[in-house]
Structure formats: structure tokens, C-alpha cells
Ligand binder design. Structure first.
Ligand SMILES: Cc1cc2nc3c(=O)[nH]c(=O)nc-3n(C[C@H](O)[C@H](O)[C@H](O)COP(=O)(O)OP(=O)(O)OC[C@H]3O[C@@H](n4cnc5c(N)ncnc54)[C@H](O)[C@@H]3O)c2cc1C
Length: 458
């Protein structure tokens, strides 16, 4: 019996775990993914050297794609501007659409001078070093003094890349700019272990002395910092590595100053006080300012969703979900249109698309699977629809000039990349452009005698 077709937009961890669960319940699932390859940030965000974790997830995801009632189309962004639109998807008349597109919007601080050169969002920079097209081929030039705004695990990944693994000349100093104090550091110990040998203990102690009085007002005792967020302070330094990592606490950027070439050369900052706000702390700006010398700045302050997808968005950068959460459990997954005051029936958000930059893969999986409990309940009583045929869908791709990559082709690509890595004696290799990936697929197909190109046998 045809139980209906569900479109899943996005093949990161949330989209893939959701697809598996919906397909396992007997529905036909069609995944549309912006990137050629599945995996989202598991492929293009997680630190490149975490080969074991990335390989494990990849293997798991490829297994999901084997499900016979699950189709995959990579290289099919749903965005408008000449690509597929939300309208196309709705016209196909699926039983439900699950948006698992992650948080693709860019959050900035809206500072004067932010349009200058040498300023990057963490997401774009991470995409660049993880080889996601087109970011892989874009210029992300790094200077000698880099400021990273933010104090979470993404900051640590970026500092690690800049100080430990970036090819070419590495910066002399990476400075973490944090709105609040050292007790509010949000990174995990095991992640910071990778960069701890760069922490300049002398300037760190000086910085602690500088902010000591200001954090004391919130009951924080700097002499106890090692028992809290910086356990390394109690341990002897194992080794000192070139490239200095420093921190500047209680500091908020207020303007970016540019040189004649239009590149950042200084950052104007406001000094903050730390104040209690309920059971947490908050930064409160003072009238003190300073100018710090930097030639590169990276925002690692979390992301927002991309409004270009066409779903209703709020001012904070979230897709709007049913505010009536008290009425039923799954409301938080239902897309809501504030203009009509109604839920968009059969449309759901899961993972980072629902809660931007929220947690690790395990959390995105949990969110998607919990959302699916609700989606499956909806499907049981949803009005029956005529399922879109793969022909309709591929016709939609051709109309938009989209070269969709199906799951058979994804396998060929993976095989080619593995062979390339082996030939170069490297743990992994990725093609940095879509053109190279498509050419590799075609080459592999002609070698195996298949002439199929972007076929409907997805
Ligand atoms: C720098 C960084 C490092 C991280 N490191 C770790 C780690 O070490 N361990 C860990 O467990 N977690 C880590 N995470 C968190 C983890 O990556 C996320 O929890 C998880 O990837 C979120 O999954 P998602 O599917 O919601 O979104 P994403 O992974 O962002 O997936 C979104 C998918 O949607 C697709 N898409 C986007 N827009 C469109 C569109 N318009 N049309 C069609 N498709 C679209 C994208 O191509 C992508 O495939 C890290 C995150 C970052 C940013």
C-alpha cells in the first residue's frame, strides 16, 4: 500500500536520521540536499582531523541511503534564485515536507566597518577548510594577528586550525574576544586540550588580573578558575608550541577600523562589567573603550537560519514554529505562518533548522527523531495526496537547470575519493569544487560502462 511521500530538505544529521525513521515507518522519502554529498556539518563542519568520527557517521549515513524507499538528490538547493523553490516542492503535493536545512544564515554584530576585508563568519571559514564548494575555492586570507569573537567549541576548532593545521604561514597570535569573563567559557575541556599548548600563560595571568575586580562583583574568585573552566592552570605546561593563544575578557567589539586597502587593521572595543542576571551573568557595557590591533577577525557567535528558503522567520533568526506548544507536544516542530495565524499543514522543521547552532550531532539526531514521532502521528491522519512521481521531480530539476546527483552517483564519488586518498597515501581527500565532483562521477560511470546521468533511479 502507498503510504504517501515525504520530502526531506537537507541531508545533514537531522535530515538523515529523520529520513531513516520516516522511511522505516513505510513512507516513501525523497531527500533534496544543497550539497552534492550528504552529511551537512558532519561532512563539512566537524574538524577535518576527526577522521574516526567523520568516517563512522559517513558509514552510518550511507547505510540509510540503501533503504529502497529512500531517494536522494544532492546538488538541489531549495532557495529560489533560479534553483528549486518552496513553491515547486508544494506543487509536487507530498504528504509532508520536513525542513532539516540547518542554520545557513550569517550572524554578525552589525558594526561599522564590518564590510571590510579579512572578516569572516566561522561557518564560512569552517566550510572553507572542510572543502565545501564554493567556500573551498574562496579567498580566506589570514594575517598575523587574528581575533576570534566567541568562546565556544567552534572558536576552539578555528584556533586549532589556525595554530596547528592550516597549510602555509600561520598567525603569530590568535586572540579570543569574549563578552563575559573566564568563568563563562563554553568550550569542552577535551576540545581545548588540542590548543592548550598555545595558551600564553604570562599574558593570560595578566588578563586575569585585569578583570579580577570586575568578576568578583558576581561572586567569582579568579584563584578558583582552575577548578572551573580552565583546569590547565593547575597543571604543568606539557609543551610550548609556536603561535600564541590569548584571551581578552569582558570585551565587546564596537567598530572595525580599516586600512587603505579596505582590510581590518584595528578593532575598537568596549570594556564590559559583569553583572548578575537571575542565576546567570551578563555583560554590561561601560564607557571605556580600547583599540586592538588585528588584521583578521572571525565571528564564532553561532548562526541563524537562512530566510532565503522562504519559510516565515522571526527577528532572532529562527523559522517560526507553532507558538501554541501547550496544546500538543509536537507543536514546536510545526511551521507557523504569523500572517494567517495558522500552522502550514504538513510542514515541519527539525535539527539546527529548528534551533540554530544547538549542540552536537547527538542532539540534532534526538531533535529530528523526536520531531518524527510527531510527524508520523500527523501522517497517520493526514489527507491522502497523489504522490509526486520521480519523473515530476526530475522534470522540475531540468526546468531549473539543476544537475541532481543520485545515491548511486554518491557511492561512485565516495569510491573515487577513497581511491585518490589511497593513491596519495592520505587519510582522506575531497574534491573542492562541484565541477570536479561531477567530472569524477562521470569518469567513474564511463569506466564502469554506465551512461546514466542524474537519473530518476535515485
Ligand atoms: C565548526 C563545527 C564543528 C562541530 N563539531 C562537532 C563535533 O566534533 N562533534 C559533534 O557531534 N558535533 C559537532 N558539530 C555540531 C554538528 O555538526 C551539528 O549538531 C549537526 O550537524 C546539525 O545537524 P543538522 O542536520 O541540523 O544541520 P547541518 O549539519 O547544517 O545540515 C544541513 C543540511 O541541509 C542542507 N541545506 C541547507 N540549505 C539547504 C537548502 N536551501 N536546500 C536544500 N538543502 C539545504 C545542507 O547542504 C546540509 O546538508 C559541529 C558544528 C560546527 C559548526
Amino acid at each position: 500500500m502507498d503510504r504517501g511521500t515525504v520530502l526531506v530538505v537537507g541531508a545533514g544529521p537531522a535530515g538523515l536520521f529523520a529520513s531513516r525513521k520516516i522511511a522505516a515507518a513505510g513512507y516513501r522519502v525523497i531527500i533534496l540536499n544543497r550539497d552534492i554529498k550528504p552529511g551537512g556539518l558532519a561532512e563539512y563542519g566537524i574538524y577535518p582531523q576527526k577522521f574516526h568520527m567523520k568516517g563512522g557517521l559517513r558509514k552510518q549515513f550511507f547505510k540509510f541511503l540503501e533503504m529502497p524507499n529512500l531517494s536522494y538528490f544532492g546538488n538541489t538547493p531549495v532557495l529560489g534564485h533560479g534553483s528549486l523553490t518552496l513553491g515547486d516542492l508544494r506543487q509536487w503535493n507530498p504528504s509532508a515536507i520536513v525542513f532539516a536545512v540547518g542554520a545557513q544564515g550569517t550572524k554578525t554584530l552589525g558594526l561599522p566597518g564590518e564590510e571590510g576585508k579579512g572578516l569572516y563568519s566561522a561557518k564560512d571559514f569552517v566550510f572553507h577548510y572542510n572543502q565545501l564548494p564554493p567556500f573551498a575555492s574562496m579567498d580566506f586570507s589570514i594575517g598575523r594577528r587574528v581575533a576570534i569573537v566567541g568562546m565556544g567549541n567552534v572558536m576552539v576548532d578555528i584556533a586549532r586550525w589556525l595554530l596547528e593545521d592550516m597549510p602555509g604561514e600561520r598567525p603569530e597570535e590568535v586572540a579570543v574576544i569574549a563578552r563575559r569573563g573566564p568563568f563563562e567559557a563554553k568550550f569542552d575541556k577535551k576540545e581545548f586540550d588540542y590548543v592548550e599548548m598555545h595558551l600564553d600563560r604570562g599574558s593570560f595571568s595578566e588578563e586575569l588580573r585585569r578583570v579580577q575586580e570586575r568578576v568578583q562583583g558576581c561572586g567569582q574568585d579568579i584563584s578558583k578558575l582552575a577548578e572551573s573552566t580552565f583546569p590547565w592552570l593547575d597543571q604543568p605546561l606539557a609543551q610550548i608550541a609556536p603561535g600564541k593563544l590569548s584571551f581578552r575578557f569582558l570585551t565587546s567589539p564596537s567598530a572595525v577600523l580599516l586600512d587603505e586597502a579596505g582590510r581590518i587593521n584595528r578593532l575598537r572595543v568596549t570594556e564590559n562589567d559583569l553583572v548578575l542576571k537571575g542565576d546567570t551573568t551578563a555583560a554590561r557595557a561601560t564607557d571605556q573603550t580600547a583599540e586592538l590591533e588585528f588584521d583578521t577577525l572571525i565571528y564564532a557567535i553561532g548562526d541563524i537560519v537562512d530566510p532565503a528558503l522562504g519559510l516565515p522567520c522571526d527577528k532572532k533568526g529562527y523559522y517560526i514554529t507553532n507558538p501554541d506548544e501547550s496544546r500538543h507536544e509536537g507543536a514546536a516542530y510545526e511551521v507557523f505562518d504569523p500572517q494567517t495565524g495558522k500552522v502550514l499543514a504538513g510542514e515541519f522543521v527539525v535539527g539546527w533548522a529548528r534551533k540554530a547552532s544547538d549542540g552536537l550531532v547527538g542532539k540534532a539526531r534526538f531533535d529530528a527523531e523526536q520531531g518524527c514521532d510527531h510527524i508520523l502521528k500527523y501522517l497517520e491522519t493526514a489527507p491522502s495526496r497523489i504522490a509526486p512521481s520521480l519523473e515530476d521531480i526530475t522534470r522540475g530539476f531540468s526546468r531549473r537547470g539543476t544537475r541532481a546527483v543520485d545515491k548511486g552517483e554518491i557511492k561512485l564519488l565516495a569510491r573515487t575519493e577513497e581511491a585518490e586518498a589511497k593513491a596519495h597515501n592520505l587519510p582522506a581527500i575531497k574534491f573542492p569544487t562541484n565541477e570536479q565532483m561531477l567530472a569524477a562521477i562521470e569518469k567513474e560511470k564511463s569506466a564502469s560502462g554506465s551512461s546514466k546521468s542524474g537519473s530518476a533511479a535515485a
